[in-house]
Design a binder for this molecule. Structure first.
Ligand code: FNR
Length: 362
């Protein structure tokens, strides 16, 4: 896949040198409200920033003389084969940044051998999205709609239930911008009217839609119901407390995602990388523990795995790469960064990465 970076049709690459470069490359291209919708967090954005500072504090102790010529980052993630321990995080409304939206990012993920998670709020219908996909479910007030989505997702390889959005966190940038979806971007899996997304000054239309459509009363009983209703591996996304992780494991989840939603939900929530060790201690022997929020580089992936994750989800950097039409380049760079980090830490494969020691330099 390395050699694909920077070649091919309209996906020639944006000249990024590292995955983190896409933030500034996209920044010059997106409208301010769309840029803010993607970059922003909730409240004072303490958790948004905390995800980064916590990852920066983690330090790895590399091994040497391992005699490794080529590191192999491939493995399995929640039953899907993956070329690296990475999946594309579910992100709503990808047509906001690219006319082909989900179709483009999912195809690039498939070409890179990385699972792609389709959002409930995707702007193309889930059936149209190519490749090895997992489906992310938000718990909606209308149980019939939830059932319909679960049935439609039967062809996916996993069902990811996001449990950290009883209501949407107050994202002040969106409120300030009166953020609303443009006419050509819709929640394609839902029968949502345009009015549900209408712009209102001083209100985030996306938050207003969430308030009307999402069920704040979703509970563990609902997860048990869902477990009976589907044969797909169940992934519970948005766990930070080890007690919740244990509960998810007891109900039969295949994996949890330690996540604070990229700092977009409870402002002041613990950084995902800091919450990870206790969750791994609680359930790591029984189920997969994935992690997201703040991953920006191959060394961040290495850190998450050393701390105990089986893999990570990556959000914003891949959306920024989509915005500059450089998804193939982004996956190529990410793969280079992951394999470089493995080689420099003396790791031939992911089992060796898991055996690395780390410390928190806080
Ligand atoms: C998200 N996230 C998200 N999560 C989810 O379960 N369903 C969704 O529809 C969305 N939508 C969404 C949109 C945008 C623009 C962003 C930035 C994020 C959260 C996402 O899956 C993931 O948890 C975080 O983005 C991970 O943090 P990083 O990698 O963006 O720092």
């Amino acid at each position: 896949p390395d050699s694909r970076a920077g070649v091919g049709g309209g996906r020639a690459g944006a000249g990024a040198l590292c995955l983190a470069d896409y933030e500034s490359l996209a920044g010059g291209l997106l409208s301010a409200p769309v840029g803010d919708f993607i970059s922003g967090g909730s409240g004072a954005e303490l958790t948004l920033r905390g995800n980064r500072s916590a990852l920066d504090r983690v330090r790895i102790t590399p091994r040497v003389m391992a005699g490794v010529e080529a590191a192999d980052p491939s493995g399995r993630l929640v039953g899907s084969a993956s070329e690296m321990p990475v999946a594309v995080a579910p992100m709503a409304y990808q047509r906001l940044v690219h006319p082909e939206g989900e179709l483009e990012l999912a195809q690039a993920a498939a070409d890179a051998g990385v699972p792609y998670v389709i959002s409930t709020l995707s702007s193309y219908p889930l059936e149209k999205i190519p490749g090895e996909c997992w489906f992310q479910l938000y718990w909606l007030r209308d149980r019939a709609v939830v059932e319909g989505l679960v049935d439609r997702a039967a062809g996916c390889s996993a069902l990811v239930v996001t449990v950290d959005v009883p209501v949407m966190g107050r994202r002040l940038r969106d409120v300030r911008n009166g953020f609303a979806l443009p006419d050509d971007v819709v929640a394609a899996n839902l029968q949502t009217t345009r009015e549900a997304h209408a712009a209102v000054p001083g209100v985030s239309a996306v938050a207003a839609h969430t308030a009307s459509a999402f069920s704040p009363t979703v509970s563990w009983d609902d997860l048990e119901w869902l477990k009976r209703r589907t044969e797909l591996p169940l992934v519970v996304k948005g766990i930070l407390d080890p007690r919740d992780a244990r509960r998810a494991a007891e109900i039969g989840a295949t994996a949890v995602v330690v996540s604070n939603h990229g700092g977009r939900q409870l402002d002041g929530a613990v950084a995902s990388i800091d919450a990870l060790p206790e969750v791994v201690d609680a359930v790591g022997n029984d189920i997969d523990v994935l992690m997201d929020s703040g991953i920006r580089s191959g060394t961040d992936v290495l850190k998450a795995l050393a701390v105990g994750a089986s893999g990570v989800l990556i959000g914003r950097p891949l959306l920024w790469a989509l915005a500059v039409d450089a998804c193939d380049e982004a996956f190529g760079l990410l793969r280079t960064e992951v394999t470089d980090a493995m080689l420099l830490a003396g790791c031939a494969d992911l089992a060796a990465v898991k055996g690395l020691t780390w410390r928190n330099d806080g």
